[in-house]
Design a protein around this ligand. Structure first.
Ligand SMILES: Cc1cc2nc3c(=O)[nH]c(=O)nc-3n(C[C@H](O)[C@H](O)[C@H](O)COP(=O)(O)OP(=O)(O)OC[C@H]3O[C@@H](n4cnc5c(N)ncnc54)[C@H](O)[C@@H]3O)c2cc1C
Length: 422
């Protein structure tokens, strides 16, 4: 599914800046910008991340399935004769407003090749003349886009192609399979040979409910890693059903429920490893109860994610709110009211948190590295971007503005302006 812009568009173009795919046009400087009535989203390249909707001041960007049919058509028609533009095509990119500055850091290390690390790399290429080394402990680019985004959302995963183009840039040195913890430290606690490091390591450890019996449940971290085929990941429980409870009210909880309830044909259309598809097809889970701590108005899932789940298995999903689980036993999930919901499986999807990074301060309550606009507090030369900077919330596109802020801070600090974190 994609997004579309309605006739309410105010053309202030905030959405153009945050779109990770460069899918919104006309952008400032292009013919038609400021003179046409509206901006448009290219449905061929939109990855459905929702960053445009989050920032739109007039609520004009909406999922296509909740937009008027004529708006969807207007967006598609605008691009019918145009070639899709490739975001991050830096060799032909002429950023009209950026000052490419020749001073500053000469060698920057970016740790993590998820969205935040890749957007930080892009900004470093645009704003500095630094050589950028990108390391990731996995063998692949993309972070959670590869191993978090659900396998029935291939359109979202296409952003990885942009990241692949980015690491082919002549100033980027891509080192897959490298854990930052193995790099030798140099002066000032920075990795040897680097003037600055951007830690973009994400936050993928599942938060715990803290209830009795939780160790026999399956966390979103484990389930998502398994169904996305992360090397070494396995399913820690048997899918016995017939009823499963998923605790959580965000999009990840809905992803889990959708995957659990997809039928044979739906599973066949997904990009799944054969043994994952076999286990899901043979699963005993026939119904899912989704449990939220708060009411429906405060649920964190998006309307479009809910519609997608209900379209897959509307009659086999029960949504319950204001529920407080207290214990998980072989009988099911007991709530604070004393009621037990009979279930063979419990999944927890109540959010993610970061892990401490060696040598850096850590805010255990928020699961982030404390920072001021990306500069790590009290550690000059160290910066953070993405989920480890601001906590585990926000889709792919949000990491673009987040990384831009971090690189702006890095560049200002390198120019001799006092680092806000020092
Ligand atoms: C299950 C799930 C589904 C999601 N689905 C969507 C979706 O459909 N649409 C959407 O817009 N957003 C989605 N999101 C949100 C999106 O994935 C995040 O916004 C984004 O991935 C955060 O980017 P990041 O770079 O901070 O972290 P990550 O994507 O986690 O990237 C961090 C990278 O750092 C690497 N790393 C960690 N430690 C080290 C180390 N010590 N040394 C070297 N490398 C290291 C990791 O291997 C990883 O590649 C989803 C999130 C989850 C959890």
């Amino acid at each position: 599914m994609t997004f579309a812009i309605s006739g309410d568009c105010c053309s202030d173009a905030s959405c153009v800046a945050v779109c990770p795919m460069n899918s919104i046009h006309p952008s400032p400087g292009e013919p038609g910008f400021g003179t046409g009535a509206s901006l448009f989203i290219d449905p061929r390249t939109c990855i459905d991340c929702g960053a445009c909707a989050d920032i739109c001041p007039v609520d004009a960007a909406k999922p296509a399935d909740s937009s008027a049919a004529e708006d969807v058509q207007r967006n598609a028609e605008y691009f019918a004769e145009r070639q899709p533009l490739q975001a991050m095509d830096l060799d032909s990119w002429e950023p009209p407003t950026y000052q490419v500055w020749g001073g500053g850091p000469r060698r920057v290390l970016v740790v993590g090749a998820g969205p935040a690390g890749m957007y930080a790399t892009r900004e470093l290429l645009l704003r500095t003349t630094a050589e950028v080394t990108v390391v990731d402990r996995s063998q692949h680019l993309g972070g959670l886009v590869r191993c978090g985004v659900a396998p029935d959302h291939p359109q979202t995963k296409q952003i990885i192609e942009n990241f692949e183009r980015l690491v082919r840039h002549r100033r980027v040195h891509w080192r897959p399979g490298t854990d930052a913890a193995t790099l030798r430290s140099g002066p000032g606690g920075l990795p040897d040979g680097y003037d600055a490091v951007v830690h973009a390591v994400g936050a993928r450890q599942s938060r715990r409910l803290g209830i009795t019996g939780e160790d026999a449940a399956c966390s979103a971290e484990d389930f998502v890693a398994w169904y996305n085929g992360r090397p070494g990941a396995s399913l820690p429980v048997e899918l016995v059903g017939p009823q499963a409870v998923v605790v959580g009210n965000g999009n990840v909880a809905l992803d889990l429920a959708r995957l659990l309830l997809s039928d044979e044909e739906q599973l066949r259309a997904m990009d799944l490893q054969r043994d994952v598809r076999r286990v899901l097809s043979a699963s005993g889970v026939k119904k899912v109860v989704l449990l939220g701590r708060r009411g429906p108005d405060e649920a964190a899932y998006t309307e479009s994610a809910l519609r997608e789940l209900l379209a897959v298995a509307g009659d086999r999903v029960e949504l319950r709110y204001h529920a407080r689980p207290t214990a998980w036993t072989s009988a099911g999930l007991t709530l604070g009211t004393g009621e037990t919901i009979a279930a063979g499986n419990l999944f927890t999807a109540i959010g993610f948190e970061g892990r401490p990074i060696d040598g850096l301060p850590f805010d255990a309550g928020r699961g982030i590295v404390p920072n001021v606009r990306g500069a790590v507090v009290g550690r000059p030369g160290h910066y953070v971007a993405g989920w480890i900077k601001r906590g585990a919330r926000g889709g792919i596109g949000v990491n673009k503005a987040c990384a831009q802020e971090t690189v702006m801070t890095l560049v200002s600090s390198s120019r001799g302006v006092a680092s806000p974190g020092s």
